[in-house]
Design a binder for this molecule. Structure first.
Ligand code: ADP
Ligand code: YYY
Length: 213
């Protein structure tokens, strides 16, 4: 079974996906980490997102992606990239990388090589990558709410974060449309656990473990 959880930046995709994946006893896959890795490696190699050498460069790298229920980890050989790709600098450059069809194909090939069951989170998991997923969700929240959540994790001021989120939402708009059959959840009024419970309750019969509480 594949569950897709898409949504805008800082809507809670990774945290919610991790909680749903733990409850189901399956891994979760953060597709955004691959776009972030491509952005960081392109920058470090001095390659522009438009450079035709970028995908061959990425294919030649010892990039390893660990989709664990507790959190995804990203390695370049023995160097862990997981934290390095969560920065304002990568945020500022990732949309240009993600706009390149050849980069999207590179990410999609890696995702489709994974063996179900898993939870997949990103922007287009339920539309382009796994259109036949058994359950699809799309998370939203106001830019202000999302900025407040992200501010707890980043050194930048909340106003700066909000402006950057709004800009990135616009840059990512093309690939960020919910699937028609996706359950759209406004996470603003809900706690993190509340969103996780809402998703578990909406899964097909038998997908979620029997509730003990
Ligand atoms: N419903 C929620 N209520 C409060 N905080 C949340 C909620 N969902 C996510 N968070 C917190 O907001 C921050 C951003 O969530 P994250 O999962 O990284 O979002 P995304 O993967 O969509 O960028 C994290 O610190 C997370 O714990
Ligand atoms: N399936 C995806 C996942 C991410 N992207 C792009 C759009 C985002 O700006 C970047 C980073 O995605 P990521 O999910 O890590 O971003 P947030 O955690 O929501 O801030 O990659 C995409 O185009 N398609």
């Amino acid at each position: 079974m594949i569950v897709t959880i898409d949504g805008v930046a800082a809507s809670g995709k990774s945290s919610v996906s991790s909680g749903v994946a733990r409850a189901l006893g399956v891994p979760y896959v953060s597709s955004g980490l691959l776009y972030r890795a491509a952005t960081l490696l392109a920058h470090e190699a001095g390659l522009s997102p438009h450079d035709p050498a970028l995908v061959p460069h990425l294919e030649a790298q010892p990039l390893r992606f660990e989709p664990l229920a507790g959190g995804n980890r990203l390695w370049l050989g023995t160097r862990e990239l997981t934290a390095d790709v969560q920065s304002a600098a990568v945020d500022a450059g990732v949309s240009a990388v993600a706009a390149r069809p050849e980069l999207r194909a590179w990410v999609d090939r890696r995702l489709r090589a994974l063996t179900p069951p898993f939870v997949a989170e990103g922007r287009d998991m339920g539309t382009a990558v796994f259109p036949h997923a058994q359950a699809k969700f799309y998370l939203t929240a106001s830019a202000r709410v999302r900025a407040g959540r992200r501010a707890a994790e980043r050194p930048e001021a909340v106003d700066e974060i909000e402006a950057a989120l709004i800009l990135r939402d616009e840059r990512d708009r093309a690939q960020s449309v919910p699937a028609p059959e996706a359950h759209v959840i406004d996470t603003g009024p809900l706690s993190l656990q509340g969103v996780i419970d809402t998703i578990l309750a909406a899964l097909p019969q038998g997908a979620a473990p029997a509730r003990t509480s």
